[in-house]
Design a protein around this ligand. Structure first.
Ligand code: GDG
Length: 468
């Protein structure tokens, strides 16, 4: 079992609370997304406080409990949402940290809002954290929180984990506020990244921006030492495996296959509708295969789930238009009545429906242009209890380090991607099963509990705290 160092409640600080509701009259439910999928199972095993925004503008909520978790809402105004969240977080940092796969916009007013909102999160965390406790800050929206929190509460042990990549210095250096961000992060005792390369990129940024000395993976910062490391996130493999073995899920998968017209092969893509996920590249490759007659209904069908995401940010609106035009063109050219070439679903589904979809898919297409980890790839593997199924996986994901037996592609290489899809469709023999078995073994050992234990264990080994 994972316990925070010292055994007290663990304080999680993240942009969003792990719950959402359709409107103020609806009940709270667990929200989808990578961070929540990863942390909910951790907090089901130990007492926890979660500090975050509830998802609506100008909502002053009192702290409340949800499924054994104590939630501490942080209020964001409509202007904060526009400037701190949609602006600086999602239109400046997100594209920049993903190697500018989308255009990064720099606005001074957004930075001011980012600083102000980070201060508010730090104050809320400071109020919620028992003396001497451990605070685990998450992600790129809250990079100033570690230093702000340390200033207010030197008794706390502070960790920060980045769910997305950290870019090379040539790209990071474009950020006008690069020094402030590095100094914000250096308030932590431990900085965690998905991959070794991300940690190395950060160490270089720290040397260049804060003029610190680094020794191996330790930053010497005044009289403090900050540890920097790679902690690849994972999924709750056992829980997903059990869900996928459940007779109800299996029956639902059979039903989906039947509704698709019992094709020979089902291909699946599941992504938030985000330009980093390489959905366009994937569909272009698939479209060429359709044109060549290598795939197509009724023998093969592709399901593309694109769950709605950040739909007020301009780049996301443009992507949706481009994607839906492409899907429309492909379906116009290659479908027949009642048999679309692509089943495009711009919707969010419950977890058990996702498991049924993973179970239905003979081939899973995960083709990001850049991705910190990619939990979808690991969820697919976790759901393949009979060891069938082929994973096509981009080399630009963190997941590729753990799932080396996938068919690895460069999503910019159209011919290579097409060849990988062809190869995946011809899979199914003993070698395919062996590859799936090896990947399953890996994620059964290195699951989300292992990830949390590794991070919290490393955090415990950092400095002695100043007693209050
Ligand atoms: C960030 C990083 C990193 C998606 N649609 C539905 C749904 N999902 C769930 C998936 C998966 C999660 O959302 C997506 O996780 P990813 O890892 O693929 O991507 P991001 O959201 O970009 O996550 C990423 C992650 O943080 C964790 O550190 O891996 O690199 O970008 O769990 O299943 N879940 C449900 N319905 C949907 O329609 N229930």
């Amino acid at each position: 079992m994972v316990v925070a160092p010292g055994g007290e409640a663990l304080v999680i600080v993240a942009n969003r609370l792990p719950v959402e509701r359709a409107d103020p009259a609806s009940p709270w439910r667990t929200s989808p997304g990578g961070l929540v999928s990863a942390l909910i199972p951790v907090l089901q095993r130990q007492p926890g406080v979660w500090v975050g925004w509830a998802g609506a503008a100008d909502e002053d909520l009192d702290p409340f409990d949800f499924e054994g978790l104590s939630l501490q809402p942080v209020t964001l105004s409509a202007t904060d949402i526009e400037r701190y969240y949609e602006g600086f977080s999602n239109a400046t940092l997100w594209p920049l940290y993903h190697d500018v796969t989308g255009e990064a916009v720099f606005e001074r007013g957004w930075w001011e809002a980012y600083s102000r909102v980070n201060q508010r999160f730090a104050e809320a965390a400071s109020r919620s954290a028992p003396p001497g406790s451990t605070v685990w800050v998450h992600d790129y929206q809250l990079q100033l929180v570690p230093a702000l929190l340390r200033r207010a509460r030197p008794d706390l042990r502070i960790g920060w984990f980045n769910h997305i990549p950290f870019p090379g210095y040539e790209i990071y250096a474009r950020l006008p506020w690069r020094h402030q961000i590095v100094e914000g992060l250096l308030g932590a005792d431990l900085l965690g990244f998905q991959r070794r390369d991300d940690a190395v990129n950060f160490l270089r940024a720290a040397r260049r921006c804060a003029e610190v000395v680094t020794r191996g993976s330790v930053v010497e910062y005044g009289d403090r030492q900050i540890r920097v490391g790679a902690f690849p996130i994972s999924v709750d493999t056992a829980a997903l495996d059990a869900l996928a073995r459940d007779p109800t899920t299996r029956a639902r998968a059979r039903q989906i296959r039947h509704d698709l017209g019992d094709p020979e092969a089902v291909l699946l893509g599941v992504d938030r509708l985000d330009y980093t996920k390489g959905i366009i590249n994937r569909l272009r490759a698939y479209s060429e295969l359709l044109e060549e007659g290598a795939v197509g209904p009724p023998r093969t069908v592709l399901i593309q789930v694109a769950s709605p995401s950040r739909d007020r940010v301009r780049e996301y609106q443009l992507l949706r238009e481009e994607l839906e035009t492409l899907v429309g063109r492909i379906n116009g050219d290659y479908s027949s009545v009642g048999r679309p070439a692509i089943h495009y679903l711009h919707q969010s589904f419950p977890r058990d429906e996702m498991a049924a979809l993973y179970l239905t898919a003979d081939v899973m297409l995960v083709t990001p242009l850049k991705d910190g980890m990619n939990l979808v790839a690991k969820e697919y593997v976790a759901c393949r209890s009979d060891e069938s199924g082929v994973l096509v996986l981009s080399e630009f994901t963190g997941a590729v380090d753990d799932l080396r037996q996938a068919i690895v592609i460069n999503p910019w290489d159209m011919d290579g991607t097409k060849e990988a899809i062809r190869q995946a469709l011809n899979g199914g023999g003993a070698a395919t099963r062996r590859r799936m078995r090896t990947m399953r073994n890996h994620i059964f050992t290195e699951d989300v509990h292992h990830w949390a234990a590794a991070f919290l264990g490393a955090l415990e080994l950092t400095v002695d705290r100043d007693p209050r």
